[in-house]
Design a protein around this ligand. Structure first.
Ligand code: GUN
Length: 351
């Protein structure tokens, strides 16, 4: 028997449909559509792409968006002024400051300034504190942890009374998912880089949530028979390919490292980049890299494969349910951002 694969894409679709219905009802009753304001500072391409995806997902369910893009050199007071304005703006339901921020900015001070009622990321200390308190409820909880719990519920996991092991303790995922599980009456063990006997502890988990950011660190022999395994990790695992497989295995947009057998230089040169097969010639996008053409000798080509923290092929023979990467937890994060934004609009109605 192999594990049931938890279909995050399908559950996220269901969550989005629920949000779309709530938004439509609000608008039909004469209320304004929820509005998400995003703050993006700097030129990080991955962050810009995440923010675009968030705006697109909002549009699909009738949530309005307003994007604020500040330059890489924006000052602390410029960012804080913008957040303060958004806090005061009556039409803004939710505020999302995309992370990471450029290194010169004080992330804590900026996140602390977002009003707890509009904090759709669940990162304000008041929201994290309320989540940790018995018989209290935060205005918002981080999106990925909410998505993990929904997946467990949709696939019939018995949370109350279970032993849940969470590997990772970040503010965005590990800590809040542990709190949510504890609040649902699981007995929770949180593991991290200093944990001894990690394998031993994981083997006792009825529910194992992996948010460690280490590619394929969990093997089948570290998992209890019939456990629910939720894999939050998104990692690059590098796979070596002989150079002559390049054109059959590569796709435009793949990240890779190649080792060029440049006979003019001792040892050749290693270059990292993003494949652009459309132009045939330009294999590299790194700023300082000369283009390497098809005719150059490539002695080693390493292509990144996306993988979770769990070795899926090995663990699927042991677990009862498992999330794949991609297509497991990933789609749930944006779905719950939409949920939090509608919740924020309702919280504001009540103020
Ligand atoms: N960067 C990576 N994940 C997240 C997230 O969930 N929220 C924000 N604001 N930034 C992120």
């Amino acid at each position: 028997m192999t594990a049931t694969i938890i279909d995050g894409t399908a559950v996220a679709e269901k969550v989005r449909a629920e949000v779309a219905e709530r938004v439509a009802k609000r608008v039909d009753s004469g209320k304004s559509a929820p509005l998400l304001a995003t703050v993006l500072v700097g030129n990080d391409r991955a962050s810009a792409s995440y923010v675009r995806s968030k705006h697109k997902a909002c549009a699909e369910v009738g949530i309005e968006t307003r994007g604020y893009q500040l330059s890489e050199t924006a000052t602390q007071s410029e960012v804080e002024r913008l957040v303060s304005e958004l806090n005061e703006a009556p039409d803004v339901s939710g505020i999302l400051v995309q992370l990471p921020l450029p290194a010169h900015l004080h992330e804590h001070d900026i996140l602390d300034l977002v009003s707890a009622e509009k904090d759709v990321d669940g990162l304000h200390p008041m929201n994290i504190g309320l989540l940790a308190m018995k018989d209290r409820e935060p205005f918002h909880t981080a999106c990925t942890p909410l998505g993990c719990i929904r997946l467990l519920e949709e696939y019939g996991a018995q949370i109350a009374g279970s032993h849940a092991v969470v590997v990772g303790r970040s503010n965005l995922v590990g800590s809040p998912v542990a709190q949510l599980l504890r609040n649902m009456d699981a007995t929770v063990t949180v593991c991290h880089t200093h944990t001894q006997d990690l394998a031993e502890i994981c083997r006792t988990a009825d529910i194992l949530v992996m948010a460690a950011g280490v590619g394929e660190m969990i093997e089948g022999n570290m998992v209890k028979l019939d456990a629910y395994v939720i894999d939050v990790g998104i990692n690059d695992v590098w796979v070596d390919h002989p150079a002559d497989t390049l054109y059959v295995s590569a796709e435009t947009g793949d990240n890779f490292v190649a080792h060029r057998a440049d006979e003019s230089e001792k040892g050749g040169r290693r270059k990292q980049g993003v494949l652009q097969l459309s132009t045939e010639k330009a294999w590299f996008k790194a700023d300082d890299a000369p283009e390497i053409s098809k005719e150059d000798k490539i002695s080693l080509f390493r292509k990144a494969r996306m993988a979770g923290d769990v070795n899926f092929e090995s663990v699927k023979h042991v677990a009862s349910h498992i999330t794949p990467v991609p297509g497991g937890v990933g789609p749930m994060t944006i779905a719950y951002l939409l949920v939090n934004t509608v919740n924020a609009a309702e919280i504001l109605d009540a103020c």
